[in-house]
Design a protein around this ligand. Sequence first.
Ligand code: NDP
Length: 448
Amino acid sequence: MAYVDEVLEKVKAKNADQPEFIQAVTEVLNSLRPVVDANEAQYRKLAILERITEPDRQIMFRVPWLDDNGNVQVNRGYRVQFNNSIGPYKGGIRLHPSVNLSIIKFLGFEQVFKNSLTTLPIGGGKGGSDFDPKGKSDNEIMKFCQSFMTELQKYIGADTDVPAGDIGTGAREIGFMFGQYKRIRDLYEGVLTGKGLTYGGSLARTEATGYGLLYLTEEMVKCHGDKMEGKIVAISGSGNVATYAAQKAQQLGAKVVTVSDSTGWIYDPEGIDVDLLKEVKEVKRARLTEYAAARKSAEYHEKKNGEHGVWQYKVDIALPCATQNELDIEDAKMLVANGVKYVAEGANMPTTIEATEYFQKNNVPFVGGKAANAGGVATSALEMSQNSERLSWSFEEVDSKLKGIMVGIYHAIDDAAKKYGMEGNYVAGANIAGFEKVVNAMIAQGVC
Ligand code: NDP
């Protein structure tokens, strides 16, 4: 049996109750076949695939906190430190009721390759909790974050593991967590990224993932002899990634016609008003119905099962920026039938494996999140550099480094795909380019 199949069987058997983790490992290992086949004897002897699919450690802990009514609430906290061969563990903290070990492991696994692709010295990890920040007061959010960090601080540090934001964890939560870390450890260090600008945060970090997605998309479009100007774009989500993706897309001359949240979506044929979106989502923390109420050209649609949501419109570019598995095979068929020309993932694993394959079979250039949304973590690594130097760079300096990194990632994944005879397969290209660097470091560092 091929080494990849052997390891896939072991991973499935060992992690049978973790579908998202199995999905991520299956996708990555399948696309690595050409590299693994070329090095099979060495990788098998060194158990490279067994080691790279097993996290260095998985930490699970109780997070008790006091709500505003004086009742004790209990959530479960996670930190999965996946691989630190090329640098300290780095990856966000997700606060969402759907969080479980499978989701954190899939995200941590993907993060290893994504971080490697950035060309910066960062390993892969991920954390989170099944805590639901929706409807909680600032005081409750603070109590939760303090309790979460009281345990997490034992395992992290500026040179060990540097968490960041993710779904449900923005500047407010990072601030509360940083405060608690400092209080317990008495260390003022870059232990978290996504910090506020007055205490070590980096300019352009807020915009980085969405902007980075567009820098990479623009390069892909250019390399296909095409241009961003005049393109019609569908975006899902209306959080951090979606908002700044929409902003940069419009700055580049495209028109974004959709955004969504977990309850519904907006279709705005005149183009999303990003300032209004920010007002509704970032300031008022309200639902998209408020966007529709304030804008004549916008239609609001409630999410119903089996509907295509934002993927039903005739667009040139689709950018899923909400959550995992939000674009399935039926959505992909609809997009292709409507003539979509490019797809790039702002979220982590938003496209199912079948949908990804459908785009590839229909020759729609498709870049997965590992490469396309790496701008966030790349800028987090730039925040770490600024913290170490005790300096702050200007917005332009960070933004131009970000652009350089994203353009570089596009070419790295394009070259890797070509090198292994899979021209245009950017998913394989990203996995291969990220994997080779990590594996070389693992081999150099011996059995550990
Ligand atoms: P936010 O919490 O800011 O926004 C998430 C958005 O997705 C919200 O609009 C949310 O709607 C929507 N959403 C969440 N769950 C669902 C669902 N089940 N169905 C439909 N919509 C849903 O998160 P981010 O923008 O930071 O992250 C989005 C994605 O990008 C995630 O996959 C994240 O891992 C990934 N990512 C983020 C990075 C970053 O720098 N922020 C970096 C790299 C990847 P609602 O408000 O209703 O919950």
